[in-house]
Design a protein around this ligand. Structure first.
Ligand code: GSH
Length: 264
């Protein structure tokens, strides 16, 4: 991460070919989509997954929000100052000169729902309202409870976060069905939670984050206990899902995370 790069998302040779394949898809492309995101963090990964699942055509503006945030980003794209963000509609422009008439949207859970809404054929929204509500319940719980502990443990290196972090992983595990994805079939819930859950053992195995090696090892050993067998199986299953394979290059994420200043 470091410099601002502007490219079509499928032109990144470090990553599996993503699907900008309207010709291969029956799904209509709606308005022009520009995604502001980065390949490494989990919040951005939600958008790569959702757009891949929708077989959407989009332009990616990939940059490091912490150390190379363009000065126009907050004013022109996302007043909340965070990625992922998305502009939708309007004529074709360079990503740093978004059309005034395009909608500017942020907050990954809202964006995932937006993609599910504009690409209903993606199947990201469960058809059954009860299942859909359950997916949203999982997502709300996850961002409110899981993410703060993920942050405290990996980004703040707080040793006292380990036990509550494990407890929240266990609670999320308890929300999963016995087999399959978060609500059975792949949905907005997997798009939201899998990027964080899969990064958890990956970061521990590779000593990525501000946690001490000792705390990291304790956390990893705990996750390998039978208590977390269902969660680990979920993560294994996620890695087999096509849109995951198309949007995640673990070797590259490890390498870029190791160089990531926030973790060093
Ligand atoms: N709640 C936001 C969180 C997004 C977020 O924290 N993004 C990080 C990158 S992973 C960011 O932009 N951080 C920059 C900052 O906080 O200044 C979402 O769901 O989109």
């Amino acid at each position: 991460m470091g410099k601002v790069i502007l490219k079509r998302h499928h032109q990144d040779e470090n990553w599996p070919a993503c699907s900008t394949h309207p010709a291969l898809s029956n799904m209509p492309q709606t308005e022009r989509i520009t995604l502001y995101a980065n390949r490494v963090p989990a919040f951005s990964h939600r958008m790569f997954l959702a757009l891949e699942e929708a077989k959407a055509e989009y332009t990616l503006h990939d940059f490091d929000i912490w150390y190379a945030k363009p000065d126009w980003f907050d004013t022109k794209i996302n007043p909340l100052g965070k990625i992922p963000a998305l502009s939708y509609g309007g004529p074709k422009t360079a990503p740093d000169q978004p059309a005034p008439e395009s909608a500017k949207l942020g907050e990954s859970l809202a964006l995932v729902e937006f993609v599910a809404d504009i690409f209903p054929e993606s199947g990201l929204h469960p058809a059954d309202p009860v299942v859909r509500a359950r997916a949203r319940m999982i997502n709300n719980y996850f961002d409110t409870n899981f993410f703060p502990l993920f942050w405290d443990f990996f980004f703040q290196g707080k040793p006292e976060a380990r036990v509550p972090f494990l407890e929240v992983v266990e609670t999320v595990q308890g929300l999963l069905p016995e087999t399959g994805y978060a609500v059975g079939d792949w949905s907005i819930a997997d798009v939201a939670i899998a990027p964080f859950l899969a990064r958890t053992p990956m970061q521990l195995e590779n000593d990525i984050g501000k946690q001490s090696t000792e705390e990291g090892n304790k956390m990893l050993l705990a996750l390998r206990e039978p208590r977390f067998a269902r969660m680990m199986k979920y993560i294994e299953d996620v890695k087999q899902w096509p849109s995951w394979k198309a949007t995640y290059n673990e070797a590259d994420v490890i390498e870029r995370n190791k160089a990531f200043k926030l973790f060093n």
